[in-house]
Write a protein that binds this ligand. Structure first.
Ligand code: PEP
Ligand code: MG
Length: 938
């Protein structure tokens, strides 16, 4: 749990996991023979799968000889059995009885006895901590008789009745599903009657009455008495913990944290110790370092005369650990020793729950503590400097997700805010700007120096300039791989997409959301890390980590305070260590020289995908339009001739920016209709002109021609239509023009003393025949350019593997391809048969909810399906062409979990947007270390 695993989620489980409904853990449970109950003294911290995090760590602390109250853990296996069959395995009852008897014998007391009763707590404890999601019941064993025995033994009547009322309250709420307010209402009424402000001031007599009231509530709500049998209380509480695994909030939490739904929870049954036995008792939580900032030095809260959740519930103001030291120096000193011992043992930040019972310290829980992204980086390097962990271990302790979080500007957490709605967190960051509803206005206002948020129902390639000009993009439709999301992420532009509560009225220049109208020019703040949309302007703070990445360590340190400086140094050290460790190369997806330069700053070692379609937008769109409308070879060649120098200039600039580094340029991919005007708008324009007798005007005639071209090119499923290599084979001269521009640009750069390392990539190939045909044409052009230039460097030609057929026939395709680049966006789309622009909004919520997968396959690679195709193609490609270069350039190239898969699959490089390059570098290093431990890659 400690070394090697990041806080939170096991990376292996974070990939897409398909699970059949109603078969939780089926086949894995052999309850009749299995040991389903472990005494704390039996287990250890390696057994998190079986004992859950809490149980495994209680066992570990027991093994260390720390003061842990004795108890036992019911395994996750028992829980899975129960969730599947709706009843506990028979043997569980027996095993619990045995464990309970051992506990009673050790302590010399019996559960719920009338004299000095043993009481127990029943707490959930899953493999991954799920804070506040699951249930706890304290003081199990109290009833109308044992409450008196407890009062007698503790010599404290008030304490005994307070403990009893807490049991009924917790049991009523969690086990019997009685609304919490019923108890809280009664508690408040009791305080009011007694004229006191806090729980601890309620006198005994009032507590005795309150217990009666609580029992009445139970009787009234359930039709039966509060159970008096201690063992029945225990069994029901355990069952409630099992059931709490499947509450809506627990399922939601797991979905968000990508935790599998079929793990189940363990249940820890532990002898009670009491923090509510007066002023010499209390309860607290502490951390061995500050989990928020990573600042060294212990940190914690303590509450005297309190039990369980009181500390976190904010019922009373807590004390600091310094106050605790003044109050109870002996317990504080022991706690400090234990904290150091635990941190040394776990070699990581630990968080601890403890209770002091009449001056005696008890440890109730420890675990490797969750921490913020900044704390993760700082603590990892602190521990290296303290020689407690190695640099490899430090790298395993931080994640790409954390690094990504540190790279985004953020809204100031202290600022007041008005939340309007929430969409999908599509491209992180914090953007504030005036609302605009079209690309042209975005460009115009941004040119005046006004930050704008571009709001669209959904975006299309026409919006590109507006997206570049805007500080943020907000759409009401589309998922995380919609056009808006992909393009925004590629540019590092903040984006919230699919905010479905927003009604966009672009014509009326206004949007409405939940009754609020926002007109063009009014200010919105959008948080692309959370998907939140706020009214008005929220203050933003910049990321020092990005300053470091773009301008170097010295520049970042020059503007950083001490703590931020330590953070930036930590990021630098761990990234450099990752670079040394990794075998995967990291390239960037970049379309312009400017993007390419940024990518280089971020550490990109080449361009893995330059999408050329962006070069045909804006002013150049008319040239493509002319090409499409050409009525013969003459007109077509003329249009291509006009495009050639423009393309060449693009590539010269790109190759100059990437001098000496491999640069893969992809030939045109999207369907041609994307370069033509909107069909409906055009049809209306033509119809209106004709209806008003203007049909013969020259502009209208041009529109009519255009409309017939738009009609001709219209497709029901453009993503599966005339695009990629199919375009190259259908529009004579188009690919040849691009290839010529690339080759001439390379020749020009070489003549200028540069070192262009360009590669040409053909999109959407499904058959080797397509590639052969296109290669024949390309080889001819390359030879011509080489002859004209008096020799030219070799330009490798490869293909994207983005159709299942390409993967399945990779052996054939490798005959004609010098490299493969997996286009995992299209490969996911075509393997699942999911339209990537539609399904995230329409289907994914349901699929995630029903557990078809735990994360969108467009976000994190589906290893079982798409991954199998990739592995197959890798193997086939290498068999035919052992030196074939293998990369990936879909969105998954920047996804931490997917990077591990690509490493394991034996690819040479990943390519992702510039902004994700540091994330991929870090994860590639982590993947290399992880696979060294696990026995290497393919
Ligand atoms: C892909 O399909 O993964 C890819 C990179 O191409 P595009 O997203 O441009 O279709
Ligand atoms: Mg593609």
């Amino acid at each position: 749990m400690c070394a090697g695993s990041p806080p939170g989620v096991d990376l292996r489980e974070a990939s897409v996991t398909v699970q059949r409904p109603g078969t939780i853990g089926a086949g894995r449970v052999r309850p009749e023979r299995a040991q389903l109950v472990f005494d704390f003294a039996e287990g250890d911290r390696t057994q998190v799968d079986l004992l859950g995090g809490k149980g495994a760590n209680l066992a570990e602390m027991t093994k260390l000889g720390l003061p842990v109250p004795p108890g036992f853990t019911v395994t996750t296996e028992a829980c899975r059995y129960y969730l599947e069959r709706g009843e506990e395995p028979q043997s569980l009852r027996v095993q619990i009885t045995m464990a309970l008897r051992r506990l009673e014998n050790d302590l010399g007391r019996r559960l719920g006895d009338v004299v000095d009763p043993l009481l127990v707590s029943v707490r959930s404890g899953a493999k991954h901590s799920m804070p506040g999601m699951m249930e706890t019941v304290l003081n199990v064993g109290l009833n109308d008789y044992s409450v008196k025995g407890l009062a007698e033994a503790a010599q404290d009547e008030r304490f005994a009745w307070d403990s009893y009322r807490r049991l009924i309250q917790m049991f009523g709420r969690t086990v019997l599903d009685i609304p919490a307010e019923r108890f809280e209402h009664e508690l408040d009424a009791t305080k009011a009657r007694a004229g006191v402000a806090t729980d601890v001031e309620i006198p005994v007599s009032a507590l005795v009455e309150l217990v009666e009231e609580f029992k009445n509530i139970v009787q009234d709500a359930t039709g039966r008495e509060f159970p008096q049998d201690p063992r029945e209380q225990l069994d029901l509480a355990m069952r409630a913990v099992f059931n709490s695994w499947n509450t809506d909030r627990a399922r939601l939490y797991r979905r968000r944290e990508r935790i599998q739904h079929d793990l189940g929870t363990a249940v820890n049954i532990c002898a009670m110790v009491f923090g509510n036995l007066g002023e010499t008792s209390g309860t607290g939580v502490c951390f061995t370092r500050d989990p928020a900032s990573g600042q060294p030095g212990v940190y914690g809260d303590y509450l005297s005369n309190a039990q369980g959740e009181d500390v976190v519930a904010g019922i009373r103001n807590t004390l600091t650990l310094e106050d605790f030291a003044a109050l109870d120096p002996a317990s504080h000193a022991e706690l400090t020793r234990i904290m150091r011992r635990l941190e040394t043992h776990y070699r990581d930040l630990c968080d601890i729950e403890f209770t002091v019972e009449r001056g005696k310290l008890w440890m109730l829980q420890t675990r490797v503590g969750k921490r913020t992204a900044a704390a993760a980086f700082r603590i990892a390097t602190q521990l290296v400097d303290e020689r407690l962990i190695t640099r490899d271990e430090a790298l395993a302790r931080v994640t790409g997700h954390q690094l990504a979080q540190l790279m985004f500007p953020q809204f100031d957490v202290d600022a007041e805010r008005v939340l309007l709605t929430r969409g999908m967190a599509a491209s992180p960051g914090a953007a504030v700007g005036k609302v605009v509803f079209d690309s042209a206005t975005a460009v115009a206002w941004a040119a005046r120096g006004e930050p704008v948020v571009l709001v669209r129902r959904e975006t299309n390639p026409d919006d590109l300039e507006g997206m570049i000009a805007a500080t943020g993009v907000l759409t009401s439709r589309g998922g995380k791989t919609s056009h808006a999301a992909v393009v925004a992420r590629g540019m590092g532009r903040t984006c919230v997409c699919g905010a479905e509560e927003i009604e966009v009225d672009a014509a009326g220049r206004t949007l409405s959301v939940n009754g609020t109208q926002v007109a063009e020019g009014e200010v919105l703040s959008i948080d692309g890390s959370t998907g939140e949309v706020f009214a008005g302007e929220l203050p933003v703070v910049a990321s020092p980590v990005v300053v470091y990445l773009e301008q170097g360590l010295d520049a970042a340190l020059a503007v950083a305070d001490e703590q931020t400086g330590e953070l930036v140094r930590s990021v630098d050290r761990l990234l450099r260590h990752a670079d040394q460790a990794r075998v995967l190369r990291v390239r960037a997806n970049a379309d312009t020289a400017e993007d390419a330069t940024r990518a280089r700053d971020m550490g990109a070692e080449g361009i893995g995908l330059c999408r050329t379609e962006h070069m045909f937008l804006g002013e150049r769109r008319v040239l493509i339009e002319r090409l499409i409308l050409a009525d013969g070879p003459g007109a077509r060649d003329a249009a291509l001739a006009e495009l050639l120098p423009l393309q060449r200039a693009d590539f010269v600039a790109l190759l100059e920016a990437m001098d000496g580094l491999p640069t893969t340029i992809r030939l045109l991919d999207p369907p041609l209709h994307e370069f033509l005007p909107d069909r409906t708008e055009l049809a209306v324009r033509v119809a209106v002109a004709q209806a008003t007798g203007r049909g013969d005007e020259p502009g209208v005639a041009a529109d009519v021609t255009l409309l017939s071209a738009v009609d001709r090119l219209h497709e029901s499923n453009p993503m599966l239509g005339l695009r990629g290599v199919r375009l190259g084979l259908s529009v004579p001269g188009l690919f040849a023009m691009q290839v010529r521009a690339i080759a001439e640009a390379a020749a020009e750069r070489a003549a200028a003393g540069g070192r262009p390392l360009v590669e040409i990539m053909v999109p959407l190939v499904g058959s080797v025949m397509e590639l052969h045909l296109i290669r024949d044409e390309m080889d001819g052009v390359l030879a011509e350019v080489a002859a004209a230039a008096g020799g030219a460097p070799h330009i490798p030609i490869g293909t994207m593997i983005e159709l299942p057929r390409a993967a399945l026939t990779a052996r054939r395709i490798a005959e004609a391809a010098e490299f493969f680049s997996f286009g995992t966006n299209d490969l996911t789309q075509t393997t699942w048969g999911f339209s990537r622009d539609d399904v995230e909004a329409s289907i994914f919520a349901t699929y995630l909810d029903k557990g078809v997968f735990t994360v969108s396959p467009f976000e994190s690679l589906d290893r079982d399906g798409v991954g199998a195709l990739i592995r197959m193609a890798v193997q086939a490609g290498r068999e035919v062409r052992p030196d074939i270069k293998l990369g990936i350039c879909g969105e998954h190239g920047g996804d931490p979990e997917s990077v591990h898969f690509f490493h394991d699959a034996g690819l040479d490089y990943v390519s992702c947007s510039a902004f994700r390059v540091p994330v991929a570098r870090l994860e590639a290093g982590r993947a290399a270390l992880a696979s060294d431990t696990a026995g290497g890659r393919l």
